[in-house]
Design a protein around this ligand. Structure first.
Ligand SMILES: Nc1ncnc2c1ncn2[C@@H]1O[C@H](COP(=O)(O)OP(=O)(O)O)[C@@H](O)[C@H]1O
Ligand SMILES: [Mg+2]
Length: 375
């Protein structure tokens, strides 16, 4: 297994003059595209469960292909256990990839699919059988070994794809690119849990790519968030949730995301429309360091306090929508231009157009300036 590092990675799909001549691309297109991935420094520790999370088109697949060697970065270094593998072919890196669509041999049964990578390496028949039995049991495929691939569900096929990667004992890492895309919603949860189980049991370095924050946070111990080809934040799911370094992370992580609204610093506190949030001296001095007066206030819906009876120093809001989500409900609250969401217990007696009083506890409040978190 490997500790994987990317150092100062840049990648551009820009067409060179040579490509342009070969592919009859007009001259004005040569060199016009910017970098898809820019100055990335990332590290994945050996044997860890990781997620690479970001919106569609942010460069996740590009990064994965740079790690596996399917793509050579325009600039930068790829290290496996501190060894420079940037110029290595994919097969020299011993990385297994699981893609959106299961990659399996339709003409073979499950056993044949798992046997193939080992047979290619000259492993003895006896060792092959032992290894396949272990892996099949781990993946709950032991009673499917003789089944033709065509008879499997997409989730089972995806397990075979994964099995083909982990059946080899020299696999340095498993890279999964949105592996649940074609899986039936009912089976997604079970397959994700299975991936996690296998990761724990074999201590494989896994990098799981997804645009779905829920998938990333429930799968990984360590999450890397990328936006427009650049690293935004990396940390445990708890760190990203509690201490987002930017409004982007605050909103992207969490369901619904963090409430965010613009405000200005006045003598009375942070003001947005008719709402003035008092702030402590300690926070005021932190904000003063920026020499600015415009900030973004952030608080997660679950930390917004609400009260039907009036409360001193709390802010008046009107309930504009109520969404029931089983054990709790999400209220949309409005006060002039400020709209926020709040999580309330399912049994709270509240209706649309009710007037409520709202408080933002200081220890749960986050304040950003020019996209950077200050508090
Ligand atoms: N082969 C390619 N040629 C040109 N542009 C590409 C190619 N592959 C991806 N891109 C562009 O690079 C950006 C990142 O793509 P990708 O790495 O696939 O993102 P993600 O996996 O996060 O959706 C996108 O703007 C995409 O259009
Ligand atoms: Mg992709």
């Amino acid at each position: 297994m490997a500790r994987i590092a990317l150092k100062s990675i840049y990648h551009s799909y820009t067409f060179s003059q040579k490509d342009a001549e070969k592919m009859s691309i007009p001259d004005e297109c040569v060199g016009t595209e910017g970098f898809v991935v820019e100055d990335l420094d990332l590290l994945w520790e050996d044997g860890t469960a990781n997620a690479l999370l970001g919106p569609s088109g942010c460069g996740k697949t590009t990064i994965l292909n740079i790690i596996s060697g399917l793509l050579r970065p325009t600039n930068g270094t790829v290290l496996f256990n501190d060894k420079n593998v940037t110029g290595y072919m994919p097969k020299e890196r011993h990385v297994a990839q699981v893609f959106q669509f299961p990659v399996v041999y339709d003409t073979m049964n499950v056993y044949g699919n798992l046997e193939f990578p080992l047979e290619n390496r000259g492993v003895s028949k006896k060792d092959i059988r032992r290894r396949i039995e272990t892996i099949a049991e781990m993946l709950d495929l032991d009673d499917k070994l003789k089944a033709p691939i065509g008879s499997l569900t997409p989730a089972e096929k995806q397990k075979v794809s994964l099995g083909r990667g982990i059946v080899r004992e020299d696999t340095a890492a498993i890279l999964l690119d949105e592996p649940l895309t074609v899986i039936d919603p009912k089976e997604k949860w079970g397959l994700r849990r299975k991936l996690r189980e296998v990761q724990k049991e074999l201590r494989i370095t896994m990098i799981y790519v997804t645009h779905d924050q829920h998938e990333a946070l429930t799968f990984a111990d360590h999450v890397t968030v990328v936006k427009e080809g650049q690293l935004v934040q990396t940390g445990s799911p708890e760190q990203l949730y509690a201490d987002p370094n930017s409004p982007f992370i605050g909103y992207f992580i969490g369901t619904p995301g963090m409430n965010l609204f613009d405000c200005v610093l006045t003598d009375a506190g942070l003001q947005s429309g008719n709402i003035v949030i008092p702030i402590s001296e300690a926070i005021r001095s932190k904000l003063a360091l920026t020499h600015g007066s415009s900030f973004q206030f952030g608080i997660r819906p679950e930390f917004v306090q609400i009260s039907a009876p009036r409360k001193e120093k709390w802010h008046p809001f009107t309930v504009t929508a109520i969404e029931s989500l089983g054990p709790y409900k999400i209220l949309t609250l409005n006060s002039n231009d400020v709209e926020i969401k709040s999580r309330a217990p399912e049994d709270m007696n509240v209706s649309e157009e009710d007037h409520v009083w709202v408080n933002f506890p200081e220890d749960k409040s986050r304040i950003f300036h020019k996209d950077v978190r200050l508090v």
